[in-house]
Write a new protein. Structure first.
Length: 131
């Protein structure tokens, strides 16, 4: 059913669509790594709320939202729980987190700087193996 076709429904604009897409991508990565608990999902919602204001001020940045939300959640998780997502590429040495690249740009990816490889697109950790 198309909610935009229902009487009284408000169309979803491009900025809201970009926010929903960013939320979905980050939630997919959290779910595949089995850390999508309620308190962690709240971190995603907090980031989306903050980024809504940001993208309203700079609509041209809508394409950067997925990477920014991923970084926000990664930072919040580090403060509360530890590194996330752990690198699935490096099997030896200390566990380390992947990083989002570009830091501010379209088409964000999780990258292992230790191995120098792109691991997966944000939202695509399910295709990168798990750890």
């Amino acid at each position: 059913m198309d909610p935009q076709g229902e009487p009284g429904a408000h169309p979803v604009g491009p900025l809201e669509q970009a926010l929903h897409a960013a939320r979905a991508l980050v939630l997919a990565d959290l779910a595949v790594r089995e850390v999508a608990e309620a308190d962690v999902v709240s971190l995603v919602e907090d980031s989306v709320t903050h980024r809504r204001w940001w993208v309203e001020q700079w609509p041209e940045g809508a394409g950067f939202l997925a990477g920014l939300v991923a970084q926000d959640v990664q930072d919040a998780l580090l403060e509360r729980y530890g590194r996330w997502p752990l690198c699935p590429v490096c099997g030896d040495g200390d566990p380390h987190a992947l990083e989002v690249e570009p830091e501010l740009g379209p088409d964000p990816h999780w990258v292992c700087h230790k191995a120098g490889v792109r691991v997966a697109a944000v939202g695509g950790l399910d295709r990168a193996g798990s750890r």
